[in-house]
Design a protein. Structure first.
Length: 83
């Protein structure tokens, strides 16, 4: 909501929340407010438009891998895909 209030008109999402109860909630809020939202890897997180986007997606996944592992029911899971 702060992004909308600040007048941000474009957001790039580097990694989707692995928790299905909250995943996409912020994205939808931003889109409903007219913000252009680009998701690295597309909606599924697995379709990259370029080599650079794949690299950025991997960097984002690396940033959150321990958080994802900690909150995942399957403790061996580190992400949604093998970037």
């Amino acid at each position: 909501l702060s992004l909308v209030t600040a007048g941000v008109n474009r957001v790039v999402v580097g990694y989707r929340d692995p928790n299905p109860r909250v995943d996409g909630g912020g994205i939808q809020l931003l889109r409903d407010a007219g913000v252009d939202v680009h998701i690295i890897g597309g909606e599924s997180g697995e379709k990259f438009s370029s080599k650079e986007e794949r690299q950025v997606g991997k960097m984002c996944a690396d940033l959150v891998k321990y958080f994802v592992k900690r909150i995942s029911p399957n403790r061996s899971a580190v992400g949604k895909s093998d970037l």
